[in-house]
Design a binder for this molecule. Structure first.
Ligand code: SF4
Length: 693
């Protein structure tokens, strides 16, 4: 590789900040500012700045490992690949194709996600594939499809945010999860706009708000209904817009009118005057937005909750109009693209539905297979993990660490241990990889080229900047080798651009149409927004803003979805009287598999903690730093107390990045949303206990 700067993107979150990478003489790589990318304009958070540390980490995997006599020992690539092929072949022969499971990740590039889905369905013939993005964005996706006929995280670019009049930010702590994005909200306020933050904690993001609403965890749906009730009662509905661009208003209106503000106050704990203030701030400007993130989405009623916030936008004429709309702030690096190209249990490339005969025919033709031979939809992520060792006997896992990140994690860990065979591709020995029969060391972001799609729907080119160690291979090479060993010699190229060319054809005509996007365009245009059906950039520049003329429904109208409040799957009771909510800290990412291996990040965020209000701490008899046990119906986690008035007195918070006794996901509830199959990470009932230091 050349010793010049390569413009590329961060490996972590959905902002996909631009950065330059320059190889340095000691064999490492240096991150420098890349000001030409409009999302971050050179700014990076600590995770992005230190990302190269994982490339040269002493704990990086550099040899395949196979289990021998109970321990993982180094092996050759041929030995390891043969062992995986044999494990999958044996499972298929003894138990049928659906006994082979595949689990992917929202950090995989579009090319990898596409190839993994094709591998599962064409090579293994299994329906049992899903990925960790199910735990991230599935409720927002389901809500968006119901209302707009299409799911793209943000239907407008981030640069629209400073120009709108008001943003309601629901359940997002972007000051910690994606810090460079905070400037869009700072600029909004500088331009005279207002920011309303909905969060049960006084987060760093809430500190920036003009109005901070602190509902009980699990009541965001009721909160949105209360606001819509007031909008109707105060005569603030945009009747002309509702008549012209929507359908289903009367039912949604009736549902909202059953949620009186005083009733909503009792459910949420948010006083009626604050609800009125929020309505005034949202309705007075000409344009406004609602943005949701994991807070309202990771609930057993996440899809309905998203629907309630979308209803708010539709009733006030704030969707499909300039500088207005509903959007979801996707979390993982390729959280958007990862859900579009086939690693999701119910989808084919181009965001096509797996149970749609026309979609099956189209994709099968691109793949050169019989459409009738393609399996149907499989289980969602938690259901798939819960079936391990039961009717799923072998698992191929890529880009995920469910031992830390799955809900009811101790149970899932036992399920993983009960597998006949587990193969994991990773860059470090994650907690899940440590349980595997075979571990394959794979290339990292800076060592390979590929595309991602950021939270705006902007497809980006991540370029290779350095040469990978000789002893590692790319995920695409792994899938090529396994396909070959399992009897499919063609159709699994190792060159990312070749894969992308096929993805373009497979996505053509689908909701997420990439057919006009090429590597050349991505390089020249600094990213292209999908849908983009035409290669000529003059003929089609991509689609930064969706729905301005019509929504993606048959009749072009958005759909109101009538929704009503319902309790969370677990409400506090005498035995478990406190609510637990979980989330992230700025210095760690997801399960921490990479960021926990970076000294600077570990120094900043060395371990989990239990955040609780002084009143709750006093009742418990805990002081700052005391170990506190948090106990749910699923297990027990222990971490030091962090006492703050910036959280509701009925709620405790734990970040979920760590394994071991402080693993927050030991506690979380896998109660699933009936539509999106999203687990209820964001709220469950717990009790607190003191622990002898
Ligand atoms: Fe990377 Fe996200 Fe940080 Fe940007 S905000 S540097 S994309 S982790």
């Amino acid at each position: 590789m050349q010793n010049t700067a390569t413009p590329t993107h961060c490996p972590y979150c959905a902002l996909q900040c631009g950065m330059n990478l320059t190889p340095v003489p000691d064999g490492g790589v240096e991150v420098t500012e890349r000001a030409d990318f409009p999302v971050n304009r050179g700014a990076l958070c600590g995770k992005g700045r230190t990302a190269p540390a994982v490339l040269s980490s002493s704990v990086r995997l550099t040899s395949p490992l196979v289990r021998s006599g109970g321990t993982l020992v180094p092996a050759t690539w041929d030995e390891a690949l043969d062992r995986i092929a044999e494990g999958l072949r044996r499972t298929r022969a003894e138990h049928g194709p659906d006994a082979c499971g595949v689990f992917g990740g929202g950090g995989l590039t579009n090319e990898k996600a596409y190839t993994l889905g094709k591998f599962a369905r064409v090579v293994l013939g299994t329906s049992q594939i899903d990925y960790n993005g199910r735990f991230c964005m599935s409720s927002a996706a389901a809500g968006g499809i119901k209302a707009f006929g299409l799911d793209r995280g943000l239907p407008f670019p981030l640069e629209d945010i400073p120009k709108t009049g008001c943003v309601i930010l629901v359940g997002s702590n972007l000051a910690e999860t994606m810090p460079p994005s905070l400037r869009f909200f700072t600029e909004l306020k500088e331009n005279g706009g207002t920011l309303i933050v909905v969060d049960p904690r006084r987060t760093k993001t809430a500190d920036q708000a003009d109005l901070h609403l602190m509902p009980r965890p699990g009541t965001d749906l009721a909160l949105a209904l209360g606001l819509l009730h007031l909008i109707v009662a105060e005569g603030r509905v945009d009747e002309a817009y509702v008549a012209e661009r929507t359908a289903g208003w009367e039912d949604a209106r009736a549902a909202a009118m059953a949620h009186w503000p005083e009733y909503v106050e009792r459910i949420t704990g948010v006083p009626v005057p604050r609800l009125r203030e929020a309505v005034r701030m949202f309705c007075e400007p000409e344009a406004a937005m609602v943005l949701t993130a994991r807070g309202p989405e990771q609930q057993s009623k996440g899809t309905d909750t998203v629907g309630a916030w979308i209803n708010l936008c539709l009733a006030t004429g704030r969707a499909g109009r300039p500088l207005s709309g509903y959007g979801c702030l996707t979390g993982q690096g390729n959280g958007q693209g990862g859900r579009e190209h086939g690693q999701k249990a119910d989808q084919l490339p181009g965001y096509r539905k797996l149970d749609d005969p026309a979609a099956r025919r189209h994709v099968a033709e691109v793949w050169g297979v019989d459409p009738d031979a393609l399996p149907g939809p499989g289980r969602s992520a938690y259901e798939l993990l819960d079936a391990l060792g039961q009717d799923i006997k072998s698992l191929l896992l890529m880009g995920s660490n469910p031992v830390v990140s799955a809900p009811r994690a101790a149970h899932i860990e036992e399920r993983i241990k009960s597998l006949d065979f587990l193969a994991v591709c990773d860059v470090v020995l994650s907690e899940t990889a440590a349980l595997a029969d075979v571990v394959l060391p794979v290339t990292q972001w800076a060592e390979e080229t590929g595309t991602t799609t950021n939270l705006e729907g902007r497809v980006l080119l991540r370029r290779q900047a350095i040469t990978p160690p000789e002893s590692v291979r790319s995920d695409l090479e792994v899938l090529h080798e396994l396909a070959d060993r399992l009897g499919v010699e063609k159709g699994f190229p190792t060159d990312p651009e070749e894969v992308f060319e096929e993805l373009r054809r497979a996505s053509a005509g689908g909701p997420a149409d990439y057919s006009g996007i090429t590597y050349r365009r991505l390089a020249e245009e600094n990213g292209v927004f999908w849908p983009c059906p035409t290669q000529d950039s003059d003929a089609h520049p991509g689609t930064p803003r969706l729905f301005l003329d019509r929504f993606a429904t048959d009749d072009g109208r958005a759909r109101f979805v009538p929704v009503s409040h319902r309790p969370s799957a677990e409400e506090p009771d005498d035995e478990y009287p406190v609510l637990l909510t979980t989330g992230r800290v700025v210095a760690q990412y997801q399960s921490g598999a990479q960021t926990r291996r970076v000294d600077e990040l570990n120094a900043a965020a060395p371990g989990p903690f239990v955040e609780l209000h002084p009143r709750l701490a006093a009742r418990l008899g805990a002081a700052e730093g005391d170990p506190v046990a948090v106990v749910s119906r699923r297990g027990r986690a222990v971490a030091p107390a962090r006492i703050t008035t910036g959280i509701r007195p009925d709620t405790v918070f734990m970040p979920f990045h760590w394994p071991g006794e402080g693993r927050a996901n030991t506690l979380t509830n896998p109660a699933l949303d009936p539509t999106s199959r999203m687990p209820e990470f964001k709220t469950c009932a717990v009790r607190l206990e003191t622990v002898e230091p």
